[in-house]
Design a protein around this ligand. Sequence first.
Ligand code: SF4
Length: 446
Amino acid sequence: MENHSVHPIDAKTIKSTQAQIPQAPFPETFKKSSVSHSVPEKSSLLTEKIFSNEQAKTNGHENTCFSEGFSGQLKTGIAGTPDSSQAGTFSSILWKNPEETKAGNGHNEFQTATAHDKTFRALTLKEILPQWGCSPEKIKETLRTEQSTGFPMALSQHFTRLAGIPKNEALRKQVLPSSDELMEKEHFTTNPLEEQAPSAKNFSPIFLLQKYAGRALMMTSMECFGNCRFCFRRHLRTSFPSKQITREHFASALNTLTKDTSIHEIILSGGDPLTLENELFFWLLIEFQKIEHLKRIRVHTRAPIFFPEKISEKFSKNLKTFSKQSEKPLYFVLHINHPAELSEEVVLAIQRLHESGATLLQQGVLLRGVNDQTEVLADLYEKLTQIHVIPYYLHQLDRVKGAAHFETEVEKGRKIVTELRALLPGFAVPRYVREVPGESGKVPLD
Ligand code: SF4
């Protein structure tokens, strides 16, 4: 079990926090080019223009308890839940250890939060819900739900604050344990995409998955800066013990990549690849640079949304230096589901990624009661294109056990996409797709 000495980060003090973030030493070969970085400390006038109206609307309401106007999430009478006196054991947990669960210790045995980026510590349910103004009874109820699902609530301070704004119910729904997760529904399984991960016994924190020709997925971390309740890897992620990742853990996967000349694109996934320490992340990019047959590097992340502090000025400078010297274009696919996720801090993080020279794409999941409305998605895609992010995929929900209540009918999704095409330029409308195990690519639904 890893237990880092870390501190929660207050989103209101991002500037001062960034100054304290230990920066990765950058390899000599990549230091040579001089970096002229022009990302402003504050968001640009354009950003302020886009978002100022919404910020103004929310002022003065951040401490209002959402529970008064928030229904359908916190139900009582959950079968099989443990005694509420045990609820306190969940105040400092993140990952379930499968060996301990097998030993019969069940949900009381969890590992302590260990994001590999030591500047980060996830807040737990007992820290988050009081910030949202929930009563002790509501907190106990939600703890029992969390306990029954075995998938802990975990969030950054930034997202906790943003989701706590009363009108941002769509954000809370994505991250708050709900008794709906306990419903058994046909076709909803623990591994909906039938991914062949190593067994818990032989688990290496870094492993490769090859789903499509010419591309390989590198699982770089099982950790995230927040837990999404609809995550299709929620069972996979909580099945493995958390480990501090080192360069040695990458040896086998890098060796396979080097030998397999049919792979032209490496996709970093997880968990969230940006939970790696900065030094390790940049070292990995440089290792990819050495593999001649790799043509592109893709990073799938929700870090700018959950933990925008990660994209510090120094981080984006290093990224810019890498992009300038690398022959392999760098793509970031940002997981964003709702326009309310685009806070000022998030927009600044995205601006920094853009200024680094990376190509920015967005993907999201169509979620019932969160973003399954044409006007919500039109607003999201309009804002994204204003900040140089191209909408790439709108995913039909993967049928993961515990997320059935998020599923939207495909017909409704098609209607939304048709309406989006009438409202937005073609490049601002993503492909509506579903992932089907065994298929050679995503299956278009639009
Ligand atoms: S950020 Fe991605 S991998 Fe992490 S919990 Fe959310 S959906 Fe899952």
